[in-house]
Design a protein around this ligand. Sequence first.
Ligand SMILES: [Mg+2]
Length: 274
Amino acid sequence: MTAGLAPGLASVLDLASVLVALDFDGTLAPITPHPEDARPLAGVHQVLRDVRATGAALAVVTGRSVSSLLRVSGFGAIPGIVIYGTHGAERWQAGSLRTAAAPPGLGELRERLPGLVAGIVRDRDVWVEDKSLSLVVHARLTAQPERVLDRLREPVEEAAAAAGLGVRPGREVLEICLPGIDKGTAVRELLGEDRAAVLYAGDDVGDLDAMAEVNAWAERVGRPGLTVAVGAAGGPVAGVADVTVPDPEGLLDLLRRLLGVAWPAWPSGLGSWR
Ligand SMILES: [Mg+2]
């Protein structure tokens, strides 16, 4: 039993583990103009290994495909890590990949989308990324990303709906994705009912689903759920999380400080950050 914790929580600690689930781009890695150039901040690998060494379950929940995440992050070398890719449509652990089924319309839209986009916005800096289970229209390299996306939003949404797909907004992107799967469904699967506590950190609108799931779980089971927004005031997740840190460096500092709270006192450490 652990001194200083409520009896209910202390008994939970004997049965269950803390979950630490983290977004990647903008959370563990600075945002780069091109996704392939992103790399984890120096020190991230060691902190993730230290998180695992406490006995916590560790997951990265990213909008990237699993293969892209593994390529740019090197996280495949971290023992026990679970990776949810393409906003939860893929799950990877220890070399084994599970993939959601795509609707038949995805293949046709893959062929059609670049022409559709080019017919609306004549800008070479708008490009379509094929993530296999999703298609992403990128406007980050243009002079006015939001204006470009405003013009594209309705026609892209119509084309996606006709193909049985949804559209998810992101940071200077529109992402065509599988309906009914998001970072919230990934976090729900990771949490189950027997976790002692959870920490989730992210920086973008896609992370809001995960944070909502953490809050719903914490409310339902009465255990600590801590959400961390990464980014300056005015960003996509500002004001919705329990804690806000300015950048990936700030998140690393927070994780290091939480790691200073010896397991199994982690959950109470999380609670003290609220
Ligand atoms: Mg992100």
